[in-house]
Design a protein around this ligand. Sequence first.
Ligand code: GLY
Length: 563
Amino acid sequence: MRRYVRLFPLLLLLLLSCDRMTSEKVFRKGLVVSSDRIASEVGLDILKQGGNAIDAVCATALSLAVTFPRAGNLGGGGFALIHTSDSQPVSFIDFRETAPGNINPKYYLDDSGKVVRARAIVGPGSAGTPGTVAGLYEMHRKYGQLQWNQVVHPARMLADTGFIVGASLAASLADYSDDLSQFRSTAEIFVKDGRTVQRGERLRQEDLALSLVLIEEKGRDGFYLGETAVKIADFCQAQDGFISLSDLESYQPVWREPVRFNYAGLDIFTAPLPSSGGVVMGQILKILDRYELSKYTALRSEYIHLFTESARLAFADREAYLGDPDFGHDFSKSLLDDAYLTSRTQSIRTDQASASEDVQPGIPDQSRESDNTTHLVVADGAGNVVSLTYTINLNYGSKAVVAGAGFLLNNEMDDFAIAVGQPNAFGLIGGEANKIEPKKRMLSSMTPTIILKANHPYLALGSPGGSKIITAVAQTIINYATFGESLTNAISLPRFHHQWQPDNLFVERAGFPAATLEVLRALGHNVVERDRYSEVMGVSFSEEGSYFSGVADARGSGYVAGY
Ligand code: GLY
């Protein structure tokens, strides 16, 4: 048996060395890649009705709130990049949750100042003011083609008439059975007679359908004002939560400039603050662009070592400098500055791993500038592309469904640096820039990305996975653009992750040749094997963007629907 495990990486390499386009079906008119088959098919149907990529992404995201409750949501937030055929190259919308106005940061600490993790991740107290509905509505207002109610209707029908639960949802609900039983309003939907909803059963969600009817009829006001807003505020008030009617009424999504940088001759657009994703991935890729990576492959120790050292430096800066740009100076440009990165790169040795305790955040020019989430990509035949990541943070968020409204609240407050020096659920240590403040957006790692080459779409991708999102997306880009892998291979290849602290090089179990791991250990890396992680969704484009193919990571249950 051990021999087969050792042979696995070699067999994988053999399988992956097929031609770049062999395994992917090509489409010309439209394509939806999401974590769930039913939701992808809803998006495809909207495209077939004459909707554009923006209509389809909204319909898919709303449907995921019904069929993929561990991450699809109305009660969370996210980010989207939009490339349209007739506007500026790529726009970015931030619909991240905000800390409630009357937040009490001490709620998350015990008397000795230690974080009470359960308070940060369970129940309404862990929730920020949701942004998803406002974000989707605003995207649609600006770029949508169909009527808003047409876009919402399929999700409402799925909630109302129900859908047959598949193997993946049934298994996930069973895994979280205890968590989902903690709140009566949650258990009433997902846990019947002491057991979670089973594969093959029909799941109807009447309260969620009612919330969706209000959104369908009244747009964003159907969520942020009136009946649903009152349900959220009352539910929070009754159970140690902070979100108020005024937080909901005043919530606003924000259009921001995306992070834009060049890697391997490609024009990469990705998430700006309050996501750390774009800055951290930008640092990693810009540092790596100084090395001749193309002489390696994805499983070679030399490449993994260089990537790890770059990630270590980038994540050290994440802690020191990144937070909501509306609450302090935004150092993104300085952190991505070529001269600054040259100075940072000097500490990288090819013959030895650094120790994270010796690596400190750098000193950029500060005068110049002030496990779960889900990703979806939609492309249409008119040249529009949307790359959207949204989340309620951990699987099933705060585990608390708003009574009478049928949707889960996020537990995004844990993404703040609740206490300096104490790691959050992803092991990330936050700094002053990411401390809790009323109405502030908590730092994210979501990294929706759109890449253009010669002004045409080249690749659009993203992933769930907390801090691991950033390295998963960066590695997929390198696998595809530098190592010349097909998109299927680029996404399937084993992943590794380093985030400065803890000083571990995480590698997917049974993914890498034993010899590679031996070299990495000899260089001084603390190699730790872990289960497969993240779920990259991607779409690649032909040279002029006229046809495209999509890949849903085989690590998850995603589905590509196209025509
Ligand atoms: N909640 C995970 C993230 O935004 O990075």
